[in-house]
Design a protein around this ligand. Structure first.
Ligand SMILES: CC(=O)N[C@H]1[C@@H](OP(=O)(O)OP(=O)(O)OC[C@H]2O[C@@H](n3ccc(=O)[nH]c3=O)[C@H](O)[C@@H]2O)O[C@H](CO)[C@@H](O)[C@@H]1O
Ligand SMILES: C=C(OP(=O)(O)O)C(=O)O
Length: 431
């Protein structure tokens, strides 16, 4: 299939209401964790994107049935499954293939995992996964693939070397099946980790401390089936806040999951963007000051990412583009990934005033008038950030490799066009 290209006519004002999709990073571990039970599971609000479609293929490849009954409703039934050799070509398409380790190990006693893929945004270590599953009783061998074996998993006091999101998810799922009690310390607590934990509870698991970095899991509960609704994607909500701000447009983000937006709203407030809550909707008014808030004493402020509940790494690229449209100077500090900031070259070519100090830090001085350009999306979030830049720029932009954007955002061009954007989705032309 030819890669997808977006042709964007910039400079449009948007308006209206938009609902975020279900959280991709919830849907992925929850689809994988559905393999833990032999009873039927129905998942609602699953984003129908390339990552979930690929994981569904992997789930089918181990013998589970997985069928879509509506665009965003997925039925999984893992009555009997086998820890087959997983297709390396499917595994390398997504980072989330690593999320099969916990459920398959728990259910089948072994799993042979080809290397996972995912965004090329810096080194993506797997050490925390190995550390956690070893402490729960697995023997791990690394060759050209990772082999996990555990005839029996046993609860343990596990301290993660860093609060890795997907390693926490693998450990959580394995601990639910393990014999005895597990303390999972220094755990990640992102909204998607909480969503997975709540899904496991809906299956019958007993988990204390959901939403904290210290969870207690009482293993070997009897698991049944369930119908579970995936929570809204807070990263998509953050992306839409940025989009409204750079186009100076009023947007209502309906059913936004406002309980998880505190650090995100605070991050945008530093850029002079204030949102209002109405019930579970988030309103982004068009009359923003777009004035970067200096630190006390007039010092240059900083926006940095950190594990939850701080400002999320997956919104850093969006925040950078947004800052190019704000008045003042700010340091953006991306602490977690080494290669996520390189896309700023393209913004500089479009007219943004940015100094990339090193792979982790960039200084943005705004506001700048952006003009259309041709660019290639390197990863989901930089791609979405480029789309924001293209929608607010003067003239026409072309974004190649837009498939990357569609790994994380469902029917994004159709949904943004409904708000007044002008994005054409076409097969990429060479040359
Ligand atoms: C499928 C999925 O859910 N992917 C998400 C998941 O990836 P993933 O689970 O792969 O990311 P991890 O949480 O393991 O770590 C991300 C990066 O941050 C570094 N790190 C992590 C914790 C820490 O305290 N210090 C630190 O430097 C890690 O070394 C790694 O380089 O979490 C990332 C961090 O939120 C997100 O960008 C990804 O979208
Ligand atoms: C980095 C991301 O995804 P993945 O971990 O699946 O590559 C992301 O969602 O921004």
């Amino acid at each position: 299939m030819a890669p997808i290209q977006y042709i964007v006519e910039g400079g449009q004002r948007l308006s209206g209401s938009i609902e975020p999709s279900g959280n991709k990073n919830s849907a992925l571990p929850i689809i994988a964790a559905a393999l833990l039970t032999e009873h039927p599971v129905v998942l609602e609000n699953v984003p129908r994107i390339r990552d979930t479609e690929t994981l569904v293929e992997l789930v089918r490849s181990v013998g589970a049935s997985a069928e879509w009954s509506a665009r965003n409703t997925l039925h999984i039934h893992a009555k009997s499954i086998r820890a087959a050799d997983l297709d390396p070509e499917l595994c390398v398409r997504i980072r989330a293939s690593i999320l099969l380790a916990g459920p398959l190990l728990a259910r089948c006693g072994e799993v042979m995992l080809p290397p996972p893929g995912g965004d090329v945004i810096g080194r993506r270590r797997l050490d925390t996964h190995v550390l956690a599953l070893e402490q729960l009783g697995a023997k791990v061998t690394a060759t050209d693939r990772l082999e996990f074996r555990a005839p029996k998993l046993a609860g343990a006091d596990v301290f993660l070397d860093e609060p890795s999101v997907t390693a926490t998810e693998n450990a959580l799922v394995a601990a639910v099946a393990a014999d005895g009690v597990t303390h999972l310390r220094n755990a990640a607590s992102e909204p998607h980790v909480q969503d997975l934990a709540n899904f496991l509870v809906a299956l019958g698991a007993r988990i204390e401390g959901i939403g904290t970095n210290n969870m207690i899991i009482h293993g070997q509960a009897t698991l049944g089936g369930t119908t579970y609704r995936i929570q809204p994607d807070h990263i998509e909500v953050g992306s839409l806040i940025g989009l409204a701000a750079v186009t100076r447009s009023p947007l209502r983000i309906a059913r936004a999951g406002v309980e998880h937006l505190r650090s995100i709203r605070m991050g945008f407030e530093r850029l002079g963007i204030v949102c209002r809550i109405e019930g579970d909707d988030l309103i982004v008014p068009s009359n923003q000051t777009l004035k970067i808030q200096d630190d006390f004493g007039g010092h240059v402020p900083k926006l940095e990412d950190q594990p939850w509940p701080a400002f999320p790494a997956d919104l850093m690229s969006i925040a950078i583009v947004t800052a190019t449209q704000c008045e003042g100077v700010i340091l953006m500090f991306e602490k977690m990934f080494e290669s996520r900031m390189f896309f700023v070259d393209k913004l500089i070519a479009m007219g943004a005033r940015i100094v990339l100090c090193d792979p982790h830090r960039a200084i943005i001085a705004g506001p700048s008038r952006l003009h259309g350009a041709t660019m290639t999306s390197p990863d989901i979030r930089a791609g979405m950030a480029m789309l924001l830049a293209a929608v607010c720029a003067e003239g026409t932009s072309t974004i190649n490799n837009a498939d990357q954007i569609e790994r994380g955002y469902e029917r994004i061009e159709e949904r943004l066009n409904a708000l007044g954007a002008r994005i054409k989705r076409v097969p990429e032309r060479k040359g």
